[in-house]
Design a protein around this ligand. Structure first.
Ligand code: GLU
Length: 437
C-alpha cells in the first residue's frame, strides 16, 4: 500500500530540484531563489505551495536558424519560459542580447509572475529571449530571426496562453513582425498575441512611456514617505533607453537635477544637472550618451560614487553588488531594470538605510499598460491617453501603498513586502485551482 502524503509537507519533499534549477552560480535565477526564500516564512498556510515558485511551469529552448545576407546560415539560441500561469496567461517581454542565458530568462519570467501579481493584473509570468547581438544584424536578418523565433515558440504563445512584449533591444516593429507571424501561421489577425505594438496595429497610447512613467510615479510615492523633495533632488541613471530616458525626462520636468547618466557607451556628469531633452536627442542620433557636450565624462566605475539622492539602475541585472553597494551615496534606489541588485547588495543597502524600491513594483508600469493594450485589443475599443495615464498612476500608487503598509507592519524591506503581497496572490489561486489531474 502506498503511504498517504503528509498533508502539510506533501508537496515540498524529497525530490531534488531539476539540474537546470540549481542556484550554485548565483546568477539571476539564484538571486531570485534567495528572494523567494526570504518570503516563505511570511506565507502562512500557503507556504505549502511555495515550491511552485521555484520551478518554472514550462521551458522551451528553440534553435533559430536564418539565412544571412551573405547567403550563409546562422543559428541562434532562443528561449521562452512560462514561470507561472495560475492567475492568468503568461506575460512578459522578449529580449535580444548577446548575454541572454536560460538562467536569466528563467529569473526574468519569475520576476514577471511577481510583478504582475504585485500590481494585480490578471497574468502569470513569462519571458523570452534570443542570445544575439541585434546590432550586428541587418534589418532583413533581424526580421527573419524574429519571425523564425515567433514560429518556433508559436506552439506555446497566444492571446489566452502567453503574450510577449518588448524588452531590452526589442521594439514596436519587432512586435509587429511577431504579431504578423503568429497571425499568418494561424490564419487570423490576432493583435492581442503581443503588446507594445505600433499604434496602427492595435497598440496602446502611452505604452512606450509606461515603464518610465511608472518608475517616476512610484519614485514620487516613495520620496514623499521618506520626506525627500523631488524638486532639487539629484538623480543618477544607469541606462538611458525606454525606461531610463523617459523617467529621466519626467524627473527633470518635476524639477530634479539629473546629474549623471551612464549607458553602454559612456558616463556623463554635470553637477548643475544635464540638459535631459538635449541628451535624449543626442542619444537618438548617436546611439549613446558618449560624446555629449556640456558635461564631464566619467570612467564607468565612477558612476557608483556620484553624490545623489536618487539612483535609478535602468539597464541590466546584477549591477549593484556587494562590491559597489557600499559606495552608493543615494537616499533611495529605484529599480527601473529587472534584477539590478543582488541579495547581498540589498542587505548592504538596507543596513545603510538606503531605501530600495524593487523592480517588481517600480517597473511594473510597462506591463500594466500592456494589460490595457490587451484589453483594448479584445474589445476593439481604444482609450484616450489621459485615461490610460490616470489608470496607470492609480494602479501604481495603490500597489505601492499596499506594499509600503506590509513593509511597515512586518518590518521587512519593500522587496520582501512586494514578494509577500504577490506570492500570496499567486499561491492563493494555485490553491483554489488545485492539482489536475
Ligand atoms: N519587458 C517589460 C517588463 O520587464 C514589459 C513586459 C510586458 O509588457 O509584458 O516588465
Amino acid at each position: 500500500m502506498r503511504s498517504s502524503p503528509d498533508p502539510i509537507h506533501g508537496l515540498t519533499p524529497l525530490h531534488a530540484l531539476p539540474s537546470y534549477l540549481h542556484a550554485d552560480d548565483l546568477g539571476p535565477w539564484g538571486n531570485y531563489l534567495q528572494q523567494v526564500d526570504r518570503v516563505i516564512p511570511h506565507l502562512g498556510h500557503l507556504a505549502r505551495w511555495a515550491e511552485t515558485l521555484k520551478r518554472p511551469k514550462r521551458i522551451l529552448i528553440v534553435d533559430v536558424p536564418i539565412q544571412m545576407d551573405d547567403g550563409s546560415v546562422a543559428h541562434f539560441e532562443g528561449y521562452r519560459v512560462q514561470h507561472n500561469v495560475s492567475r492568468g496567461p503568461g506575460k512578459g517581454g522578449v529580449r535580444f542580447h548577446q548575454d541572454v542565458t536560460l538562467s536569466e530568462v528563467m529569473a526574468l519570467s519569475a520576476w514577471m509572475s511577481i510583478k504582475n501579481a504585485a500590481v494585480n493584473v490578471p497574468y502569470g509570468g513569462a519571458k523570452g529571449g534570443i542570445r544575439v547581438d541585434p546590432k550586428k544584424l541587418s534589418l532583413g536578418e533581424l526580421e527573419r530571426m524574429t519571425r523564425r523565433y515567433t514560429s518556433e515558440i508559436g506552439i506555446i504563445i497566444g492571446p489566452n496562453k502567453d503574450i510577449p512584449a518588448p524588452d531590452v533591444n526589442t521594439n514596436e516593429q519587432i512586435m509587429a513582425w511577431m504579431m504578423d507571424t503568429y497571425s499568418m501561421n494561424t490564419g487570423t489577425t490576432t493583435t492581442g498575441v503581443v503588446t507594445g505594438k505600433p499604434l496602427d496595429l492595435g497598440g496602446s497610447l502611452g505604452r512606450r512611456e509606461a515603464t518610465g512613467r511608472g518608475v517616476f510615479t512610484v519614485g514620487q510615492e516613495a520620496a514623499r514617505r521618506i520626506g525627500l523633495e523631488i524638486s532639487g533632488a539629484r538623480v543618477a541613471i544607469q541606462g538611458f533607453g525606454n525606461v531610463g530616458g523617459i523617467c529621466g525626462k519626467l524627473f527633470a520636468q518635476a524639477g530634479a537635477r539629473v546629474v549623471a547618466v551612464q549607458d553602454h557607451g559612456g558616463t556623463v556628469y554635470r553637477e548643475a544637472g544635464l540638459d535631459v531633452p538635449a541628451l535624449l536627442s543626442h542619444v537618438a542620433e548617436n546611439g549613446s550618451v558618449a560624446g555629449f557636450a556640456a558635461c564631464e565624462s566619467l570612467a564607468a566605475d565612477q558612476f557608483w560614487d556620484v553624490e545623489c539622492e536618487i539612483l535609478i539602475p535602468a539597464a541590466l541585472e546584477q549591477q549593484i553588488t556587494a562590491a559597489n553597494a557600499g559606495r552608493i551615496k543615494a537616499r533611495m534606489v529605484i529599480e527601473g531594470a529587472n534584477g539590478p541588485t543582488t541579495p547581498a547588495a540589498d542587505d548592504l543597502l538596507h543596513e545603510r538605510n538606503i531605501l530600495v524600491v524593487p523592480d517588481v513594483i517600480a517597473n511594473a508600469g510597462g506591463v500594466t499598460v500592456s494589460y490595457f493594450e490587451w484589453v483594448q485589443d479584445f474589445s476593439s475599443f481604444f482609450w484616450d491617453e489621459s485615461d490610460i495615464n490616470q489608470r496607470l498612476e492609480k494602479i501604481m500608487r495603490d500597489a505601492f501603498a499596499s506594499v509600503w503598509t506590509v513593509a511597515q507592519d512586518r518590518q521587512v524591506s519593500l522587496r520582501t513586502a512586494t514578494f509577500i503581497v504577490a506570492c500570496r496572490r499567486i499561491l492563493h489561486t494555485r490553491e483554489l485551482r488545485g492539482l489536475y489531474p
